[in-house]
Design a protein around this ligand. Structure first.
Ligand SMILES: [Zn+2]
Length: 84
């Protein structure tokens, strides 16, 4: 799972070694009965361990997508990230 960065090009908190660069990551969201995997999410990605850090706007969009899926009664799905 991913943390939320305070600023760009942060040091990775997982491996405490790598630095992040812009890239994409996959995010797993679980809500009630819905499990959603969203791929190609824009993120700062650790060059050492691959951990992805998603910014606030993107997180909000991910939560929106999760909510839509929950409303539709989706149980498990894998989707591509679509910007709002
Ligand atoms: Zn790392």
């Amino acid at each position: 799972m991913s943390g939320i960065p305070e600023e760009k090009a942060l040091k990775c908190v997982i491996c405490k070694n790598g630095e992040t660069e812009p890239g994409t990551t996959s995010i797993l969201l679980e809500r009630d009965k819905t499990t959603l995997v969203i791929k190609n999410v824009p993120a700062e990605v650790c060059q050492n361990c691959g951990e992805g850090y998603v910014d606030e706007d993107t997180t909000e969009r991910l939560l929106q997508m999760a909510e839509e899926a929950t409303k539709l009664g989706v149980q498990v799905d894998i989707r591509q990230y679509i910007a709002a």
